[in-house]
Design a protein. Structure first.
Length: 73
């Protein structure tokens, strides 16, 4: 049975460090070309269909700005 994941990212608190990107096994997240109020490029999903909801990105995020939701397909 496959799982589909969804991320909720607090873009205003994200400082764009990129640590979570290296932790994603499916490379489905990346930095946005847009910036938040502090001037940082924030995290966004780049391939929503690849996310399995493993929460590796949320666990490795030093600022805790990522919430992961997981649903059965």
């Amino acid at each position: 049975m496959a799982f589909k994941g969804a991320l909720v990212i607090d873009t205003e608190k994200c400082k764009g460090c990129g640590v979570c990107i290296t932790g994603c096994p499916n490379q489905c997240i990346g930095l946005s070309k847009k910036v938040n109020a502090k001037g940082y490029n924030y995290l966004e999903m780049t391939a929503e269909d690849k996310c399995i909801g493993c929460a590796s990105c949320a666990v490795i995020c030093p600022d805790g700005v990522i919430e992961v939701y997981r649903a059965k397909e």
